[in-house]
Design a protein around this ligand. Structure first.
Ligand code: PLP
Length: 439
């Protein structure tokens, strides 16, 4: 074993596959095996593995100006162009953008900017953040505490209390319903729980609620019809901001520009990373509305600076990668393509797997989906004590497809946006063989 503390890895595990190269939607390991990357790396390589235009944009930038920090208002053209482009795309009024390096640090930046803003307007007590059970928002201190997955919290002594984090129900009807509850009753119950909690805490102490429009790492949860409409009405009623974590759902993934568009969310704040640059260079964006930015100006003047920023905030090569990626999305109508092949993926998954004895639920939108693996379709009992996903992932890998087990029992799909219908057919045929033969 190389002396690496492998991230999000069982540290008793030995090294797994060693990848050497990529091409289109495929990656190849050091033994020459070819795999369909059915999870786009980690929900991120939207343009696949050999986009020469993005690579050229990065190398041109590295040859011209490989680095500039952006502290003190020092700027460069790719940063200005990217901020203007993104501000024009997002459904946030008069958007301002803070750039970082990862989804986690982008959420931490939001967490801090919310405090900065509420302190600026004389409401320092409005500091609590609501997050959902099964939410995933990253692993840095604030983002990691907003994450609700057990492995990301256990043994880290995450300072949830100090960070004033409140948890509410996950909007997953399949695993969360009680008895014969209908979807509408389920939604009403979990939102009533939330309202009770808001009132018990006092709405004037709650700043925002963070949400992935459709979750990724917690099992691709698509909330029931009506959930977001009622949730937003509830939050607005109590003066709580809507913070959309679009790190996975941003840029075509759900069959529209943003997950917020697909799910009918009007966000105040948005977080992006991953597909912003198709993962060719690390970059993230924390989007805030102009009315928030304007209140942050006075305290920065009082202190001398807005005291938050990373060495690599607005890295020129990262901006160049993101600009080129956004240009390709637009020029090649990749969101439209994702909508079309995404509908096909969803229909085919349902056609092939709805009646499969190991599948309890097929869910997803656009090019993100999951199969909930069960040992008993009627009771929903899980396979191997909730480790069915790992068995399925290994079987898929042996059949030439890389997928990811999420929330123990779910097999997640999130292929590059450039995937074609024949490639989807190939992927699903292999996955079916894997499920048919592996248990
Ligand atoms: N937010 C969401 C919704 C994510 O899915 C992720 C990562 O998967 C993050 C935040 C954290 O992003 P990163 O791993 O780039 O820190």
């Amino acid at each position: 074993m190389a002396p690496v503390v492998y991230p999000t890895t069982n540290l008793t595990a030995t090294e797994q596959m060693c990848l050497e190269r990529g091409e289109g939607i495929y990656v190849f390991d050091d033994k020459g095996n070819k795999y369909i990357e059915g999870l786009a790396g980690l929900w991120c390589t939207s343009l696949g593995y050999d986009n020469k235009e993005v690579i050229a944009a990065i190398t041109d930038q590295l040859n011209t100006l490989p680095f500039s920090h952006t502290f003190g208002g020092k700027t460069h053209q790719p940063l200005i162009d990217l901020a203007e482009k993104l501000a024009a795309m997002v459904p946030v009024d008069d958007a301002y953008i803070f750039f970082g390096n990862s989804g986690s640090d982008a959420n931490d930046s939001h967490y801090k900017m919310l405090r900065y803003y509420f302190n600026a307007i004389g409401k320092p007590e409005k500091r609590k953040i609501i997050t959902r059970e099964r939410g995933y928002h990253g692993v840095t201190v604030a983002a990691g505490s907003l994450t609700s997955l057990p492995a990301n919290l256990a043994h880290f002594d995450a300072p949830v209390e100090a960070l004033s984090i409140l948890r509410t129900d996950a909007p997953h009807y399949y695993t969360g319903r009680k008895g014969n509850e209908t979807e509408a009753q389920f939604v009403d119950r979990i939102l009533q729980n939330l309202e009770d909690q808001i009132l018990a805490e006092d709405p004037d102490t709650i700043a925002a609620m963070i949400m992935e429009p459709i979750t990724g790492a917690s099992g691709v949860i698509v909330p029931p019809e009506g959930y977001y409409e009622k949730l937003q009405a509830l939050l607005r009623k109590h003066g709580i901001l809507v913070w959309a974590d679009e790190v996975i759902t941003g840029f075509g993934r759900t069959g529209a520009d943003f997950g917020c568009t697909t799910m009918g969310i009007k966000p105040d704040l948005m977080t992006f990373a991953k597909q912003l640059s198709s993962a060719y260079f690390p970059i993230s964006a924390s989007v805030i509305p102009g009315w928030m930015y304007k209140e942050m100006v006075a305290p920065s003047n009082e202190v001398g600076v807005f005291g938050h920023g990373y060495t690599y905030s607005g890295h020129p090569a990262a901006c160049a990668a993101a600009l080129k990626t956004l240009e390709i999305y637009e020029r090649d109508n990749l969101f439209g393509h994702a909508a079309e092949v995404g509908d096909y993926l969803q229909a085919e998954l349902r056609r092939i797997f709805t009646d499969h004895p190991l599948v309890g639920e097929v869910r997803g939108k656009g090019l993100i989906a999951a199969l909930e693996l069960v040992s008993n379709k009627t009771t929903g009992a899980t396979i191997a004590g909730g480790k069915g996903g790992a068995v399925a992932v290994k079987a898929c890998q042996d059949n030439g497809v890389i997928l990811r087990a999420v929330a123990g029992n779910a097999l997640a799909f999130c292929p590059p946006l450039i995937i074609t219908k024949p490639e989807i057919d190939d992927m699903l045929t292999r996955v079916k063989t894997a499920l048919d033969t592996s248990y």
